[in-house]
Every structure is written in C-alpha cells, then in structure tokens.
Design a protein around this ligand. Structure first.
Ligand SMILES: *Cc1c(COP(=O)(O)O)cnc(C)c1O
Length: 404
C-alpha cells in the first residue's frame, strides 16, 4: 500500500499552540504593516515600458510581436520545444485535453486535491474526472495510489485502457504540481506508458520548478501553465500550452486560434476551433515578468528557507519541503498540522489572518463539490488528511525573508 499518513504523529503535543504558528510566520516574514497577502504580483521591471510600446503599436489584441516574443521566452525558460500562449490556464488545460484526444464519455484520472480548473477542463471535454489519492511527500498525485487504482479497475483495450466498472475509456492521466512541488513524474509516466494512457501535466503552479534537473514541462508531451495574477509570473490573465511534439504544437496553435487556414485575406476555418488567443497587451506584461523570473525564484526560495527554519521548533507543525530530486519554485509555502491537531486548523487560520497574514486552507477536495460527487474515485484518505491540516502562508516574491 502507498504511504497513507505514515510519518505523521497521531499523538497530541501538549505544547501545541496556534500563537507559536503566528510567531514563526512573524520570524520568517516580519510583522506586516497592514495585511500581508497570500500572493501578490511584483512589477519591478520593464512592465510599463513594454505596455506603452504595445499600446503605441496599436497591436493590443490577438496578434503582435509580444505574443511571439513571450512564446519564445517561455520556450527558453522551460526548455519545451513549443510554447503556445493562451488566454488563461483553464483554456490551456481544455486545449491540452482535446489535443490528448479526450472525448465525451471518457474518464481522466486526476487528483482530488487540486484547483477547480483541472477538473472543469476535463468536464468541458464531456469527460468525467476519476479521482485518485495524493502523496504526503509531493502533495500531488500519488504514483503508487495511481498504479493500485488502475490495477483494480482498468483493463487494456485497443485504444489504451478502459474502466471495467464504468465501461468508459480512460483517456488521460492529469497530475498537478501542487504549489510548485513537482510530482513523481518518472513513476507516473511509467504507469501511464504501461497502460498506454497519455499524460497531461497541470503545471499551472510550477513555472521555474525542476524535476531531476529538468524544468517542469520541458519533458512534457502536453503541459499547461497559468499566468493569473496570483501565479509566480503574471500576464494579468493568461496561460500557455507546452509540448515537445512539434506536430502537437502546431495543432495547439491552430485549435486555440479559431482553426483558421493561413491566407492573406480569406476566412476559412477547417474545424471548430477556440478563440483562446492571449492578447498582445497581456503578452507584453508577460515578457517583462519573465525577465524577472530568476529574481522571483531566488527571493521565494529565501523565504521558504526562512519558514523552514522558523517552524523547526514549533511542536505539532511541519513545513512542507520540496520533494527529493526536485527544486520547487515555492509558489505557495505550506505547513501541515499533525493529524492530532487538525481540529485547530481554523483557529490557526483565524489567528494568522487576525495578525495580518493572508493564510489560506487547501481547496475543498473535488469529490465533495456537487458537480463531481458522483464521479468514480479511489481511496482518498491522504488527500482528505491533507485537506484537514494544510495551511498556505504568505509567499509573495516581494516579502523580505528574515533569517535570524
Ligand atoms: C491557477 C491554476 C490553473 C489555471 O487557472 P487560470 O486562472 O485559468 O489561469 C489551473 N490549475 C491549477 C492547479 C491552478 O492553480
């Protein structure tokens, strides 16, 4: 069986006190003057210059040189062969699932512990999510739980794998790199290859993270990024599809730009495409933001180290470190209360927010939401445990880490 809560002391610490959590955050991040947001953007580079250039060019909409430049910068930063900029991360995921061949009536294996976008994008294809458990180590899809679930319910078919219980085709596996911590891609990819199921990575939170020395997304057949205002770099709203497959890259560009055939003046479209184009105005902001990515990563790592140190002596609380063999972008810093103190999570959240720290709980697990309660799922006890005891801490790149 997979880890299932191993390593989490179930015994209560007499010394557990939410005030020690607030004090630890204060030690690492300083005492806020007002409210310290969970994550706010930093505009300290060429943002205004590029936006002004963009406006003066009159190319503010769906084509322009900033879109092309943003896409090549993304290819450089991630090492992916092709990057296709789109209007947001959810649209990137929707297009990725389409490109992976997800059809109405299919199932897509995804974690219950994720942001709604992963699950919604599956549903937009007319497919059903099929939830599997998460790992305590990565907070993402647990490879062993995935393998055990497929062994229990899947059978090989001409087109890959089918769920024996529902009769539906399992069309994709969609891991998500939670808060920037890379999932165990080698193990997940091996299981996916064994069953002949394509992998779509939700890398919305993990730009700048690496797995075994490679940028997250650089090895992907299909991965989705997000540049929403709360992500590590922002275009206001935006996203991108990453792929190492040139042909898929061309398909991705085609279906996200209304599937128009290239022609000087004629409007001919050869399939039902999407208007998922990222406006040039947003791409201009993105170029300025990507120039600062290394600096953001450095300052976020410094803050993570400070949190790690500050929580070292706090009873009943563990700081979540990057998984072995990876570097996390530490998009959102995370602590887990011991299971025995899970009933104090809301008290901790209240105390942190009352002290000016914009701390937040985990997302409500997907299988609890009314649209998805009837979806197939495996045992979700680790995800449910994480949900009970997780707290995200203020993590902006603008926070000056205090290391005593
Ligand atoms: C932010 C995010 C997305 C995409 O969100 P958009 O707001 O549509 O850009 C997708 N998945 C996860 C896990 C995210 O955190």
């Amino acid at each position: 069986m997979y880890e299932g809560g191993v390593g989490i002391p179930a015994t209560k610490s007499d010394r557990f006190d939410v005030r020690m959590i607030v004090a630890a955050v204060q030690r690492a991040a300083g005492t806020p003057d007002g409210m310290l947001a969970l994550h706010e953007p930093v505009f300290a580079g060429n943002e205004i210059t590029y936006l002004e250039q963009c406006i003066k060019s009159t190319f503010v909409s769906s084509v322009g040189k900033f879109v092309d430049r943003f896409e090549s910068m993304l290819e450089q930063v991630t090492g992916a062969r092709r990057a296709i900029a789109v209007v947001n991360g959810t649209a990137a995921l929707h297009a990725c699932f389409r490109l992976a061949g997800v059809q109405p009536g299919d199932e897509v294996i995804s974690p219950a512990l994720t942001f709604i976008a992963t699950t919604n994008a599956i549903a937009y294809c007319g497919a059903s999510p099929h939830f599997v458990d998460s790992s305590l180590r990565t907070l993402g899809m647990d490879a062993q739980a995935l393998g055990e679930r497929l062994d229990a319910i899947a059978q090989r078919s001409a087109t890959g794998a089918t769920n024996r219980e529902t009769g539906r085709r399992i069309a994709a596996i969609a891991p998500m790199h939670t808060f920037g911590h890379p999932v165990d891609m080698d193990a997940i990819t091996a299981i996916a290859a064994h069953w002949n199921i394509p992998v779509v990575e939700d890398a919305a939170e993990s730009l700048g993270s690496t797995y075994r020395g490679h940028a997250v997304g650089s090895q992907a057949r299909l991965a989705a990024l997000s540049f929403n205002g709360n992500k590590i770099v922002t275009t206001g709203g935006g996203g991108a599809i990453l792929t190492n497959d040139e042909e898929l890259g061309q398909r991705a560009k085609h279906i996200t730009t209304t599937a128009k055939l290239p022609h000087k003046w004629a409007f001919v479209h050869d399939e039902i495409g999407f208007n998922y184009r990222l406006p040039n105005l947003n791409a201009a902001l993105g170029c300025a933001q990507l120039e600062q990515l290394d600096g953001f990563l450095t300052s976020k790592r410094r803050l993570a180290v400070a949190y790690d140190r500050a929580f070292a002596g706090v009873p009943g609380v563990a700081f979540v470190r990057e998984p072995e063999g990876t570097t996390s972008n530490y998009w959102l810093n995370t602590i887990l209360l011991d299971e025995a103190h899970a009933d104090r999570r809301d008290a901790a959240l209240t105390a942190l927010n009352d002290s000016g720290f914009g701390a937040r709980p985990a997302w409500t697990l997907m299988h609890r939401l009314p649209m998805f309660t009837a979806c197939p799922r495996g045992d979700l006890r680790v995800a449910e445990s994480i949900e009970r005891r997780l707290i995200n801490l203020p993590s902006s790149a603008s926070i000056q880490a205090h290391d005593d």
